[in-house]
Design a protein around this ligand. Structure first.
Ligand code: INI
Length: 158
């Protein structure tokens, strides 16, 4: 545990001069709105100003990668945070949406050299999604925001 704490102490959460884009899926918006609230809390707690945060809504998680890639390509943002909630239903649709969102988001990041964060919940049911859309560290949007800041600083210092 001490080792883990020590690791966290070394994380650089400086945000001076940084701009962040957030892309949010409207599908399951009762969950994704909470992820957005968490992401904005995380960014603002670390000192990012409102005017340095750009939020775009897309229909569903499947549409996240294209918009994330466009935003990353613009080079106007230090990182892009993708938020979504893919909840398993009765059909195979879940598997396609979850897998393509994950793969597309990774491709957007690797193609642009900009951190593109995968804060997309992929859960078996609604209650698991609600558990991950709580407060602070229990919110996948909040942790995604901190991971984005960490990645920006890590890449700047490589
Ligand atoms: N989109 C989601 O973000 N979450 C889901 O759980 C989901 N399910 O289960 O269908 C979902 N589907 C919509 C998809 O992302 C696209 O918007 C749609 O297929 C149009 O391309």
């Amino acid at each position: 545990m001490q080792g883990v704490e020590k690791c966290y102490e070394t994380i650089d959460l400086n945000t001076e001069g940084h701009c962040y884009a957030v892309v949010v899926a409207r599908f399951n918006d009762h969950i994704t709105q909470k992820l957005l609230d968490g992401a904005l809390d995380g960014l603002k707690e670390c000192g990012v100003k409102d005017e340095s945060i750009h939020v775009s809504w897309v229909p569903g998680a499947f549409e996240l990668p294209l918009v994330a890639k466009k935003l990353a390509e613009s080079k106007n943002f230090d990182a892009v945070i993708c938020l979504g909630a893919v909840i398993r239903g009765e059909t195979a649709h879940f598997d396609f949406v979850a897998a393509e969102a994950a793969s597309g988001i990774l491709q957007a990041s690797l193609a642009t050299d900009v951190p593109v964060l995968f804060s997309v919940l992929t859960t078996e049911n609604l209650s698991q999604a609600q558990e991950r859309a709580g407060a602070k560290e229990a919110n996948n949007g909040y942790s995604g925001a901190l991971s984005a800041i960490e990645m920006v600083n890590l890449l700047k210092n490589l």
